[in-house]
Design a protein around this ligand. Structure first.
Ligand code: SAH
Length: 362
């Protein structure tokens, strides 16, 4: 039994069942017992390895692509460089190593890290200690100063709370976390319903028991960023595992010590995430006046950005063992059966700005 489990039990006994969104929020960010507050989730010892932790090439290629975008934006004299949920700060360290080749960019940029965990802020500061830009920490994107933007979010949106609805005879009812007779956490359904207008075409004929997810928190942040981009110019890169079209799917998952786990088994100890619905994320950005470019799978994005060329130059003159590990990293990041297809990259831009390696908006 974890301490968070006790806290959740007491809360449910006094206030009633939690929505899935409330459950996710408490598991990930409870100030006392939350997963990001208390754990070291990343790297080989943690519960998962993210793309920047697989290889330095990931952050370097993102850096190169963003420097290209900075030129497309007309090389503004001041630009807000923003990363949402920077983890250990690895991606940004790799990005800034590439940025050293463009002093004009470094002179123009202010580095904003949006991170809620005080512990991870410390890790990020340490990682960036010798970097050419020093971070300014923000609790929310809204605190980032105005101006042209370059925004990066890798595996950030999947950690934001989603709501789930279960198809029943009387419509789509909100899924909740309550208690059984023995005091165990169990799923149930509440009275809140999803209005008919909110049901995507792909879910209209779903059978009873099907699950539909909504991500108001993720969409609201995408909208906020897009509104700034529409006003001040800029680009954003949203990289995550997710799906391209809305459908009735249950993607809520828990990872505990590198294995999938029962979502209710280890609150606060397991990482709880959901796949990102890129269709609604793009629609939210568009509604705010920015332009979402056609979605790319991560593998395609990295190959277009020059992954093989970068791997070649990184491996030149290295030992066979080092070359093998670079080859493994390329596979892991880009192969369709690894991170290449499940992970997707959504670019959001100012109208009419070319943003290689993305195709222009149709
Ligand atoms: N981008 C990193 C880490 C991904 S994990 C990588 O690719 O390795 C998710 C990150 O988002 C963590 O740093 C976590 O603390 C942060 N985070 C999660 N929810 C957040 C929120 N609501 N506000 C700010 N940061 C958040």
């Amino acid at each position: 039994m974890t301490c968070l489990k006790d806290k959740l039990r007491q809360r449910i006994m006094s206030d009633g069942p939690l929505s899935v969104a409330e459950y996710m929020t408490l598991c990930l960010s409870d100030p006392q017992f939350g997963y990001y507050t208390t754990r070291e989730p990343f790297g080989r010892k943690g519960d998962f390895i993210t793309a920047p932790e697989v290889s330095q090439m990931f952050g370097e290629l993102i850096g190169a692509v963003c420097l290209g975008a900075y030129e497309s934006l007309g090389a503004p004299e001041a630009v807000q460089l923003v990363e949402l949920g920077p983890g250990r700060g690895t991606l940004m360290a790799d990005f800034l190593r590439v940025a050293v080749q463009r002093p004009a960019f470094l002179n123009a940029a202010r580095l904003n890290l949006v991170e809620m965990s005080p512990r991870l802020r410390q890790v990020q500061s340490d990682t960036l200690k010798t970097a050419p830009l020093q971070p300014e920490f923000r609790d929310h994107f809204a605190q980032v100063p105005d101006g042209p933007l370059i925004v990066i979010a890798n595996e950030f949106f999947d950690a934001l709370p989603i709501h789930q609805f279960v198809k029943t005879a009387s419509g789509w009812q909100e899924r909740q976390v309550g208690l059984d007779d023995k005091g165990n956490l169990v799923f149930g359904v509440g009275v809140a319903r999803l209005p008919d207008t909110a049901i995507p075409a792909g879910a209209v004929s779903a059978s009873d028991g099907s699950i539909l997810e909504t991500q108001p928190a993720a969409n609201a942040i995408a909208e906020e960023i897009a509104a700034r981009i529409a006003k001040h110019g800029g680009i954003a890169l949203f990289i995550d595992y997710g799906y391209a079209k809305s459908a009735a799917v249950d993607t809520l998952q828990a990872l505990y010590k590198h294995s999938y786990d029962d979502v209710l088994a280890h609150p606060g100890e397991a990482d709880i995430t959901a796949h990102v619905n890129f269709e609604t994320l793009a629609l939210a950005a568009q509604a705010a006046g920015a332009v979402p470019l056609p979605l790319l799978e991560q593998g395609e994005f990295l190959l277009r950005a020059g992954l093989l060329e970068r791997a070649g130059s990184l491996g030149a003159g290295k030992s066979p063992h080092q070359q093998d590990s670079i080859r493994d990293a390329v596979e892991r990041l880009a192969a369709p059966d690894q991170m290449g297809s499940l992970f997707k990259v959504l670019a959001v831009t100012t109208d009419g700005i070319p943003f290689a390696p993305f195709d222009p908006a149709p």
